[in-house]
Design a protein around this ligand. Structure first.
Ligand code: SF4
Length: 294
């Protein structure tokens, strides 16, 4: 009897990251096409690395895509396509791109863009924006840059307890998309116990949670489970932990070359999942290897 191989639907890039990475490859083709037609092909830049995956960034670099890190580097450009990654950026960066007559290609994830729209509108209406998230994270910095007044960022219970806002302040709460839901709820409850004018927009994206739930379900049915992702990727390690609890024979690999698979005859189902920054071609390689060899 043949072994069945099942790939989790949510394995690898989430919708927003996939869209951003695809956008860069599309731009490479567009500029190549322009050059082939004798038109002026523009250099391509991403504002920050498009994804935290060295192989993808190196592949893009080989194809001529460069990473710019900050507004100063952006200011120094005189031509080019600037791709905004899924995390989004502050409004000032769009303004700078326009001012410099550069071409903006916006790959901000729509879930992040929704937060920009909320905070822009609510801060213009005079509300105090409170972002639950990590102040140093680029997504949070981007959100802050859409507020017309200074936003407050809170990440921990202690920070929420020592919040210095008047008790009657009109507060609008949003969250970083990857924030833990239970912690978000806990922080909102503390805020609501001290302030009575609070409106809350739950802007957490459930891509990570969905990936974990699906991995758990697949691992519970599988005889062998393969988790693909970077050794330093915390979300991949978490997937491995979840799968190992459900399936005793769980492998954690970075690429196909790490896989030394031995499948006993009794095995019926092999499950595969992958972390958020694992490129599709690596997942495909693993999947077709297992299908071909067992
Ligand atoms: Fe991915 Fe969700 Fe972030 Fe969008 S908001 S990039 S879908 S994790």
């Amino acid at each position: 009897m043949q072994i069945e191989v099942q790939l989790a639907k949510s394995a690898g890039f989430c919708f927003g990251v996939k869209r951003a990475v695809d956008t860069v490859y599309e731009q490479i083709e567009i500029q190549k096409e322009a050059a082939a037609q004798g038109k002026n092909a523009l250099p391509i830049y991403t504002y920050g690395p498009i994804i935290h995956n060295e192989q993808v960034v190196a592949d893009l670099e080989e194809k001529g895509v460069r990473v710019i890190e900050d507004a100063a580097a952006l200011s120094a450009l005189s031509e080019g396509v600037i791709i905004i990654r899924s995390h989004g950026v502050e409004k000032a960066i769009y303004d700078l791109i326009e001012e410099k007559h550069l071409t903006c290609v916006d790959a901000t994830c729509p879930f992040v863009k929704r937060i920009h729209n909320i905070v822009q509108k609510e801060s213009e209406n005079g509300k105090q924006i409170l972002i639950i998230g990590n102040a140093g994270h680029p997504e949070v910095e981007g959100i802050m840059g859409w507020c017309s007044s200074k936003a407050t960022v809170v990440e921990t219970i202690d920070e929420m307890k020592s919040l210095q806002l008047p008790s009657d302040a009109d507060i609008c709460v949003v969250s970083q998309t990857t924030f833990n839901f239970n912690k978000f709820q806990e922080l909102v409850e503390i805020l609501e116990s001290t302030h009575y004018n609070v409106s809350v927009a739950n802007t957490i994206c459930n891509a990570t949670e969905e990936r974990q739930t699906e991995a758990k379900e697949l691992a519970s049915r599988a005889d062998v489970m393969i988790v693909v992702g970077g050794a330093h990727s915390s979300n991949t390690r978490k997937l491995y932990e979840i799968c190992s609890k459900e399936c005793a024979t769980t492998y954690f690999i970075q690429t196909l070359s790490d896989l030394h698979l031995e499948i006993p005859k009794s095995v019926r189902l092999v499950g595969i999942t992958a972390g958020a920054s694992t490129p599709n071609n690596i997942i495909e390689e693993v999947q077709s290897y297992v299908r071909r060899n067992f």
